[in-house]
Design a protein. Sequence first.
Length: 265
Amino acid sequence: VTDVVWFSAQAAARDLGVPALALMTSSAASFRTFMAYPALLAKGHLPYDESRADAPVEELPPFRVRDLQRLDASSLDTFAGLLERFVDAARRSSGLIVNTFDAIEGPVVGDIRDGLSLSVFPVGPLNRFSPPPQDGSSSCLDWLDNQSPGSVLFVSLGTVASVDAHELAELAWALADTGHPFLWVVRPGMVRGRSSCSLELPAGLAEQIGDRGMIVPWAPQEKVLGHAAVGAFLTHTGWNSTVEALSEGVPMACPRSQGQGGTLH
Protein backbone atom coordinates (compact mmCIF):
# COMPACT_ATOMS: atom_id res chain seq x y z
CA VAL A 1 0.00 0.00 0.00
CA THR A 2 1.50 3.32 -1.05
CA ASP A 3 0.24 6.90 -0.89
CA VAL A 4 -1.04 8.14 -4.25
CA VAL A 5 1.66 10.81 -4.33
CA TRP A 6 4.39 8.13 -4.32
CA PHE A 7 3.73 7.10 -7.90
CA SER A 8 7.31 5.84 -8.25
CA ALA A 9 6.59 3.19 -5.60
CA GLN A 10 3.66 1.96 -7.67
CA ALA A 11 5.96 1.72 -10.70
CA ALA A 12 8.50 -0.28 -8.68
CA ALA A 13 5.76 -2.67 -7.56
CA ARG A 14 4.69 -3.22 -11.16
CA ASP A 15 8.29 -3.89 -12.22
CA LEU A 16 8.59 -6.50 -9.47
CA GLY A 17 5.22 -8.05 -10.21
CA VAL A 18 3.94 -7.19 -6.73
CA PRO A 19 0.26 -6.24 -6.38
CA ALA A 20 -0.04 -2.77 -4.86
CA LEU A 21 -2.89 -0.60 -3.68
CA ALA A 22 -2.87 3.20 -3.84
CA LEU A 23 -3.96 5.12 -0.73
CA MET A 24 -5.74 8.49 -0.77
CA THR A 25 -5.74 9.88 2.77
CA SER A 26 -7.82 12.90 1.78
CA SER A 27 -11.33 12.94 0.31
CA ALA A 28 -12.66 11.19 -2.76
CA ALA A 29 -13.66 14.65 -4.01
CA SER A 30 -10.02 15.70 -3.95
CA PHE A 31 -8.99 12.69 -6.03
CA ARG A 32 -11.87 13.36 -8.42
CA THR A 33 -10.44 16.87 -8.82
CA PHE A 34 -7.05 15.32 -9.69
CA MET A 35 -8.77 13.36 -12.45
CA ALA A 36 -10.58 16.42 -13.81
CA TYR A 37 -7.64 18.81 -13.80
CA PRO A 38 -6.48 18.33 -17.42
CA ALA A 39 -10.03 19.00 -18.63
CA LEU A 40 -10.23 22.14 -16.50
CA LEU A 41 -7.17 23.47 -18.30
CA ALA A 42 -8.36 22.36 -21.73
CA LYS A 43 -11.72 24.09 -21.28
CA GLY A 44 -10.14 27.31 -20.08
CA HIS A 45 -11.57 27.13 -16.55
CA LEU A 46 -8.00 27.66 -15.35
CA PRO A 47 -6.27 30.04 -14.98
CA TYR A 48 -9.15 31.81 -13.28
CA ASP A 49 -11.11 34.25 -15.43
CA GLU A 50 -13.47 36.57 -13.53
CA SER A 51 -15.72 36.91 -16.59
CA ARG A 52 -16.49 33.17 -16.37
CA ALA A 53 -16.87 33.02 -12.60
CA ASP A 54 -20.45 31.69 -12.68
CA ALA A 55 -19.89 29.13 -15.44
CA PRO A 56 -20.66 25.56 -14.27
CA VAL A 57 -17.81 23.05 -14.10
CA GLU A 58 -19.38 19.96 -15.66
CA GLU A 59 -16.56 17.69 -14.48
CA LEU A 60 -17.06 18.69 -10.82
CA PRO A 61 -20.73 19.36 -10.09
CA PRO A 62 -21.96 21.50 -8.39
CA PHE A 63 -18.79 23.62 -8.71
CA ARG A 64 -18.72 26.84 -10.65
CA VAL A 65 -15.47 28.34 -11.90
CA ARG A 66 -15.35 30.69 -8.89
CA ASP A 67 -15.15 27.64 -6.59
CA LEU A 68 -11.95 26.25 -8.10
CA GLN A 69 -8.70 26.60 -6.18
CA ARG A 70 -6.56 29.28 -7.77
CA LEU A 71 -2.88 28.81 -8.53
CA ASP A 72 -0.32 31.04 -10.17
CA ALA A 73 -0.77 30.65 -13.92
CA SER A 74 2.91 29.82 -14.43
CA SER A 75 2.58 26.66 -12.31
CA LEU A 76 -0.63 25.24 -13.81
CA ASP A 77 0.93 23.00 -16.46
CA THR A 78 3.51 21.61 -14.03
CA PHE A 79 0.83 20.96 -11.43
CA ALA A 80 -1.44 19.31 -13.98
CA GLY A 81 1.39 17.02 -15.07
CA LEU A 82 2.04 15.98 -11.49
CA LEU A 83 -1.64 15.20 -10.86
CA GLU A 84 -1.78 13.14 -14.05
CA ARG A 85 1.06 11.00 -12.71
CA PHE A 86 -0.84 10.48 -9.44
CA VAL A 87 -3.95 9.41 -11.31
CA ASP A 88 -2.11 7.21 -13.83
CA ALA A 89 -0.30 5.35 -11.05
CA ALA A 90 -3.59 4.73 -9.25
CA ARG A 91 -5.25 3.58 -12.50
CA ARG A 92 -2.51 0.99 -13.01
CA SER A 93 -2.59 -0.21 -9.40
CA SER A 94 -4.59 -3.11 -7.99
CA GLY A 95 -7.09 -0.72 -6.42
CA LEU A 96 -7.56 2.58 -4.63
CA ILE A 97 -8.17 2.93 -0.88
CA VAL A 98 -9.80 6.22 0.14
CA ASN A 99 -10.20 7.75 3.59
CA THR A 100 -13.93 8.32 3.19
CA PHE A 101 -17.26 6.51 3.42
CA ASP A 102 -20.22 6.01 1.13
CA ALA A 103 -22.67 7.92 3.33
CA ILE A 104 -21.05 11.23 2.38
CA GLU A 105 -19.14 10.52 -0.84
CA GLY A 106 -20.82 7.51 -2.40
CA PRO A 107 -21.53 9.19 -5.77
CA VAL A 108 -17.97 10.54 -6.02
CA VAL A 109 -16.52 7.12 -5.21
CA GLY A 110 -18.71 5.75 -8.01
CA ASP A 111 -17.40 8.39 -10.42
CA ILE A 112 -13.82 7.34 -9.66
CA ARG A 113 -14.63 3.65 -10.14
CA ASP A 114 -16.27 4.37 -13.49
CA GLY A 115 -13.65 6.86 -14.65
CA LEU A 116 -10.66 4.63 -13.93
CA SER A 117 -12.32 1.19 -14.29
CA LEU A 118 -10.74 0.46 -10.93
CA SER A 119 -11.76 -1.11 -7.63
CA VAL A 120 -12.18 1.68 -5.07
CA PHE A 121 -12.45 0.93 -1.36
CA PRO A 122 -13.88 3.64 0.94
CA VAL A 123 -12.51 2.53 4.33
CA GLY A 124 -12.76 5.75 6.36
CA PRO A 125 -12.82 7.46 8.63
CA LEU A 126 -9.26 6.29 9.32
CA ASN A 127 -8.96 8.43 12.45
CA ARG A 128 -11.01 5.74 14.22
CA PHE A 129 -8.17 3.26 13.74
CA SER A 130 -5.25 5.20 15.21
CA PRO A 131 -4.83 7.09 18.49
CA PRO A 132 -4.61 10.89 18.23
CA PRO A 133 -1.18 12.49 18.84
CA GLN A 134 -0.42 14.02 22.21
CA ASP A 135 1.57 17.12 21.29
CA GLY A 136 0.89 19.35 24.25
CA SER A 137 -1.19 20.18 27.27
CA SER A 138 -4.77 18.96 27.41
CA SER A 139 -5.82 21.40 30.15
CA CYS A 140 -8.63 22.56 27.87
CA LEU A 141 -10.39 19.26 28.55
CA ASP A 142 -10.59 20.16 32.24
CA TRP A 143 -12.09 23.51 31.22
CA LEU A 144 -14.64 21.72 29.02
CA ASP A 145 -15.62 19.52 31.95
CA ASN A 146 -16.98 22.64 33.65
CA GLN A 147 -19.15 23.75 30.71
CA SER A 148 -22.77 22.85 29.99
CA PRO A 149 -23.48 20.07 27.47
CA GLY A 150 -23.50 21.28 23.87
CA SER A 151 -22.72 24.88 24.85
CA VAL A 152 -19.16 25.38 23.56
CA LEU A 153 -18.07 26.55 20.12
CA PHE A 154 -14.74 24.96 19.19
CA VAL A 155 -12.67 27.11 16.82
CA SER A 156 -9.66 25.70 14.97
CA LEU A 157 -8.47 26.69 11.50
CA GLY A 158 -5.99 23.86 11.00
CA THR A 159 -2.23 23.74 10.67
CA VAL A 160 -1.77 25.69 7.42
CA ALA A 161 -4.31 28.51 7.20
CA SER A 162 -3.22 31.95 8.36
CA VAL A 163 -4.93 35.28 9.06
CA ASP A 164 -3.75 38.84 9.42
CA ALA A 165 -3.99 40.77 12.68
CA HIS A 166 -7.18 42.57 11.61
CA GLU A 167 -8.94 39.31 10.72
CA LEU A 168 -7.88 37.82 14.04
CA ALA A 169 -9.30 40.81 15.93
CA GLU A 170 -12.59 40.62 14.02
CA LEU A 171 -12.93 36.92 14.77
CA ALA A 172 -12.09 37.53 18.43
CA TRP A 173 -14.81 40.18 18.75
CA ALA A 174 -17.29 37.97 16.92
CA LEU A 175 -16.65 35.14 19.36
CA ALA A 176 -17.01 37.50 22.30
CA ASP A 177 -20.26 38.93 20.95
CA THR A 178 -21.91 35.52 20.60
CA GLY A 179 -22.29 35.28 24.35
CA HIS A 180 -21.47 31.58 24.15
CA PRO A 181 -18.50 29.74 25.66
CA PHE A 182 -15.75 29.02 23.16
CA LEU A 183 -12.48 27.14 22.92
CA TRP A 184 -10.18 28.72 20.34
CA VAL A 185 -6.92 27.28 19.00
CA VAL A 186 -4.51 30.02 17.92
CA ARG A 187 -1.36 28.18 16.97
CA PRO A 188 2.11 29.81 16.78
CA GLY A 189 2.59 31.38 13.35
CA MET A 190 -1.12 31.54 12.57
CA VAL A 191 -1.08 35.35 12.47
CA ARG A 192 0.83 36.61 9.44
CA GLY A 193 3.75 38.85 10.38
CA ARG A 194 3.94 37.60 13.95
CA SER A 195 6.32 34.94 15.19
CA SER A 196 5.32 35.27 18.84
CA CYS A 197 3.33 32.46 20.43
CA SER A 198 1.42 34.95 22.59
CA LEU A 199 -1.92 36.34 21.49
CA GLU A 200 -2.46 40.07 21.83
CA LEU A 201 -6.20 40.63 22.29
CA PRO A 202 -7.77 43.97 21.35
CA ALA A 203 -8.22 46.37 24.24
CA GLY A 204 -11.27 45.54 26.33
CA LEU A 205 -11.81 42.12 24.80
CA ALA A 206 -10.32 40.07 27.62
CA GLU A 207 -12.66 41.75 30.10
CA GLN A 208 -15.68 41.03 27.91
CA ILE A 209 -14.75 37.38 27.50
CA GLY A 210 -13.88 36.74 31.14
CA ASP A 211 -13.77 33.02 31.87
CA ARG A 212 -16.32 32.28 29.13
CA GLY A 213 -13.61 31.65 26.55
CA MET A 214 -10.35 29.72 26.50
CA ILE A 215 -7.56 30.37 23.99
CA VAL A 216 -4.85 27.73 23.58
CA PRO A 217 -1.94 27.13 21.15
CA TRP A 218 -2.92 23.48 20.69
CA ALA A 219 -5.77 21.15 21.60
CA PRO A 220 -6.33 17.38 21.31
CA GLN A 221 -8.88 17.87 18.57
CA GLU A 222 -10.48 14.43 18.47
CA LYS A 223 -10.99 14.44 22.23
CA VAL A 224 -12.36 17.98 22.12
CA LEU A 225 -14.84 17.12 19.36
CA GLY A 226 -15.91 14.05 21.31
CA HIS A 227 -16.52 16.03 24.50
CA ALA A 228 -20.15 16.45 25.56
CA ALA A 229 -19.70 20.20 26.09
CA VAL A 230 -18.87 20.91 22.42
CA GLY A 231 -21.90 21.84 20.35
CA ALA A 232 -20.38 23.26 17.15
CA PHE A 233 -17.08 23.49 15.26
CA LEU A 234 -15.79 26.52 13.34
CA THR A 235 -13.31 24.92 10.94
CA HIS A 236 -11.22 25.42 7.81
CA THR A 237 -12.81 22.17 6.47
CA GLY A 238 -9.56 20.30 6.09
CA TRP A 239 -10.40 16.66 5.48
CA ASN A 240 -9.07 15.31 8.79
CA SER A 241 -11.05 17.91 10.72
CA THR A 242 -14.14 17.19 8.63
CA VAL A 243 -14.17 13.44 9.20
CA GLU A 244 -13.34 13.86 12.89
CA ALA A 245 -16.33 16.18 13.33
CA LEU A 246 -18.58 13.88 11.33
CA SER A 247 -17.45 10.94 13.44
CA GLU A 248 -18.59 12.75 16.57
CA GLY A 249 -21.74 14.25 15.05
CA VAL A 250 -20.61 17.85 15.61
CA PRO A 251 -22.13 20.50 13.29
CA MET A 252 -19.58 22.54 11.32
CA ALA A 253 -19.32 26.06 9.92
CA CYS A 254 -16.59 27.53 7.71
CA PRO A 255 -15.88 31.25 8.14
CA ARG A 256 -14.11 31.78 4.82
CA SER A 257 -11.91 30.12 2.23
CA GLN A 258 -8.83 28.83 4.05
CA GLY A 259 -6.87 27.33 1.17
CA GLN A 260 -8.75 24.02 1.15
CA GLY A 261 -10.38 24.32 -2.27
CA GLY A 262 -11.86 21.04 -3.50
CA THR A 263 -12.03 19.44 -0.05
CA LEU A 264 -15.78 19.77 0.37
CA HIS A 265 -18.45 20.18 -2.28
